[in-house]
Design a protein around this ligand. Sequence first.
Ligand code: PXP
Length: 247
Amino acid sequence: MSKLRLGVNIDHVATVRNARGGNTPDPVRAAKLAEDAGADGITAHLREDRRHIGDADIDALMDALTVPLNFEMAATDEMQKIALRHKPHAVCIVPEKREERTTEGGLEVAREENQLAHFIAPLRDAGCRVSIFIAADQRQIEAAHRIGAQVIELHTGAYCDAHAEGDFATRDAELEKMREMSTFAHSLGLEVHAGHGLTYDTVKPVAAFPEVMELNIGHFLIGESIFRGLQPAMAEMRRLMDEAREV
Ligand code: PXP
């Protein structure tokens, strides 16, 4: 099986920095550490309210990184302009609500197909790989394919939440849906990524799906790095991913 890429999401280094309003801890320093530890990419979400990553972080990441930046953004004109200015390797279009604590669900692609098709066209033309963050739902995957996305990222949140709550029937049903939908998306020619809420306890079954090419993991890794350091925290995640993959 092909080696699975690990994208490290550094948003929550910025969350800690912003709690005090100063310059530390620096998310770009964390991104460079992650890069040195073998991250295959860095993910950062510039939210409309700038609650964690800020515009200057994106400028600095674009200058500093040698691995690809996956720029997460809502489908707004402001974010499209920023993405077109920077032309990151990938843009991941996510739903965004001001009141949510994190990205709660996948994007409603099917309902907004025409607008989204127009929205992503210039990003594709600029050379960005366009990824759409969606639930494991056939209708949404078909719509993502029709609008011209090259990648889908499956939202693993419901699976991870069910595991954390000890609701193993729901967890296993969510996992099964993701398994079927990653095969389906792959059959349409879409590249399949996955992420949200993954931990050491939940990563292996998702990493074992042969169609999944990349996992994007943030909150747990940044939290775990308080106890072990970022590089050892990542090394353990990498070990579990490779074990699941038997590479
Ligand atoms: N992938 C996407 C599209 C996300 O929105 C997020 C959260 O920002 C992640 C992955 C990473 O999720 P977590 O921080 O829970 O690992």
